[in-house]
Design a protein around this ligand. Structure first.
Ligand code: SF4
Ligand code: SF4
Length: 56
């Protein structure tokens, strides 16, 4: 299981600083989560202003 960032992402960057394992980085048109690193903690979803990170 891993979180995934939807197209709702406005690239604010808030989630990147919140991830305990640095699984989030900026991609071309939105931020992306490395599924192999993600611990499914939900911290990114908690800080996102648009609810883009969602549990798979
Ligand atoms: Fe990082 Fe947790 Fe979000 Fe996974 S769920 S990307 S570990 S903050
Ligand atoms: Fe995108 Fe939400 Fe992360 Fe901001 S906090 S970069 S809107 S996923």
């Amino acid at each position: 299981m891993a979180y995934k960032i939807s197209d709702e992402c406005i690239m604010c960057g808030a989630c990147e600083a919140e991830c305990p394992v640095s699984a989030i980085s900026a991609a071309d048109d939105k931020y992306a989560i490395d599924a192999d690193s993600c611990l499914d903690c939900g911290a990114c979803a908690g800080v996102c202003p648009v609810g883009a990170p969602q549990a798979e």
